[in-house]
Design a protein around this ligand. Structure first.
Ligand code: FAD
Length: 433
């Protein structure tokens, strides 16, 4: 009995229910298909391709250590699975259950191959659609979802296989180099992808920072969040394993992730659609302001620091994501979808459900519309980057400015302002506040 195990965004050997099930069935052919439809579209920017290649290299090493290997192919997943099934005589296919619109189309195509297909949990903690309110089939707002999530019994952690028995003669295929898949360059300080790197980060964070999470998670300069999001995005660490090891405040964030995934499953047009009632305000078209925002040249230090962290690391602190997103949509009045596209282009954790769900939340355009959710950049800066450390880290032009002026360089004496190589603000934040 041979099963093809198709890895998708569950690139780990620990707590991987699809892998556990495939191994229990007999011989396994672990497979990853570099999907041409994804690679040629807008959702495969250099940062995520780099992270993915790291993760595939690490997964191949782990599977080899267990006596198996990872077959890597490039093309259409259904076609590659069919070809490998013909080569190996496999009659079953196991993969992680994924309810994104694209994953559902992929599963439908895989279902037509005549293999016995099984989809297993593991991408989220509560599977999308697994928790339902008394009325309706999905949650629209977070608080009742969170209540149901905490009361739910989640699945047990899956066992790690001791060995992997692969049929002989499977060509593992080469792992392409980055330049073969994308022409752009990744961020200079991008984290290394893969399960071992993710587990090291998880262990260090649990050891050093988890206990302090609720107090320090919004402190921009302290940088005390887990930075596990790209590992969760690619499944290099298990969200369930993490939830079992962390305090409630952190579990709540993991539940937000589950929430956005179930909303995206229920509303596949979430990344495109503005749900506000007709007659809501119109968005400004201001290409110059949008370009300044993207480049971290708005002249508002807390905003520019966030935008420059994004380019430098392929990551941005959650508080800075909220400030920069609010600035784009509220202060500049620019359509949230322009911001979403830019984040998607740079974030290593960029994920359709999380990105769109959060942009809709900040812009007040989604299911849970709150038109008054406006963050004042200056008040946020005073609260969450009190001494200006975060700004000084990412905006070197302001590295020598004292805490009293680092968030308001426009208020420096004229002589000091003239020597600064930093733009004046593109909007007046002093009035009205
Ligand atoms: P931690 O604070 O350590 O949180 C742990 C984990 O919980 C995160 O890794 C993440 O998986 C999950 N999580 C935390 N907050 C959220 C949240 N609000 N929504 C969903 N999951 C959450 N997160 C993404 O993973 N991908 C995105 O594309 C993305 N886009 C965003 C866009 C905007 C405008 C905003 C405001 C937030 C976005 N987030 C996104 C959510 C959040 O900012 C990141 O998950 C978080 O900053 C990652 O850092 P961390 O791992 O250190 O987080």
């Amino acid at each position: 009995n041979t099963t093809i195990l198709l890895f998708t965004r569950d690139l780990r050997v620990r707590d991987n229910p699809a892998l556990e099930a495939a191994c229990a069935g007999g011989q396994v052919v672990p497979l990853f298909v570099l999907d041409e439809a994804i690679l040629s579209g807008p959702h495969a920017p250099p940062n995520r391709v780099r992270f993915l290649l790291d993760a595939l290299g690490a997964l191949r090493d782990s599977l080899r250590a267990l006596g198996g290997d990872l077959a890597v192919r490039r093309g259409d997943p259904a076609r590659e699975v069919a070809r490998l099934a013909a080569e190996t005589g496999a009659r079953a296919l196991a993969l992680a259950d994924d309810r994104s619109a694209y994953a559902r189309r992929r599963l439908a195509a895989l279902g037509d191959l005549g293999l016995e297909v099984s989809a297993h949990p593991g991408i989220t903690i509560a599977p999308p659609g697994g928790l339902t309110p008394a009325t309706g089939d999905h949650y629209r707002v977070f608080t009742p979802f969170w209540r149901a999530w905490t009361a739910a019994r989640h699945r047990p952690v899956a066992g790690t296989p001791g060995t992997i028995r692969m049929p002989p003669g499977v060509d593992p295929g080469p792992l392409p180099r980055l330049a073969e898949l994308t022409s752009g360059a990744p961020s200079p300080d991008l984290a290394t992808g893969g399960e071992p790197a993710g587990r090291r980060r998880m262990a260090a964070w649990l050891d050093e920072a988890a206990a302090d999470y609720d107090r320090a998670r919004d402190d921009l300069a302290a940088d005390r969040t887990s930075r596990l999001s790209p590992y969760l995005k690619f499944g290099c660490v298990s969200p369930l394993e993490l939830a079992n090891a962390t305090p409630e405040g952190f579990r709540r964030q993991l539940a937000w992730r589950d929430f956005h995934h179930q909303v995206a499953a229920a509303f596949p047009d979430l990344p495109r659609r503005d749900y506000r009632p007709r007659g809501g305000r119109r968005w400004n078209r201001d290409e110059g302001a949008l370009a300044a925002w993207r480049e971290g040249m708005t002249g508002v230090p807390i905003v520019d620091a966030g935008m420059r962290q994004l380019r430098r690391e392929g990551f941005m602190h959650n508080r800075a994501r909220m400030i920069t997103a609010s600035f784009l949509t509220r202060n500049l009045g620019i359509d949230w979808r322009s911001g979403l596209r830019h984040f998607d282009e740079w974030l290593a954790d960029g994920d359709v459900a999380d990105n769109a769900g959060n942009w809709q939340w900040v812009a007040g355009t989604g299911n849970d519309t709150r038109p008054n959710r406006v963050l004042s950049p200056l008040r946020q800066a005073a609260r969450f980057d009190r001494d200006g450390e975060y700004v000084r880290t990412y905006v070197p032009e302001l590295a020598d400015i004292a805490p009293s002026h680092v968030h308001r360089p426009w208020a420096l004496p004229a002589a000091a302002r003239r020597t600064l190589d930093y733009p004046p603000p593109i909007v007046d934040l002093e009035w009205p506040q």
